[in-house]
Write a protein of this length. Structure first.
Length: 51
């Protein structure tokens, strides 16, 4: 009917996902993340929705 179906996978997936990442590159990318800070921020700002 002329509409384009869009789902969250279509919206949030990268255009060119890495399907065979190299371990060293992955480890370097992960080192750039402050995981503890991200976890604390997620816990501090979480929200529970009753649907």
């Amino acid at each position: 009917y002329g509409c384009i179906e869009v789902d969250c996978c279509t919206i949030f997936l990268p255009e060119h996902p890495e399907t065979k990442p190299r371990l060293k590159e992955t480890e370097l990318a992960e080192q750039a993340l402050d995981v503890e800070k991200l976890v604390q921020e997620a816990l501090a700002t979480h929200e529970i929705l009753d649907l």
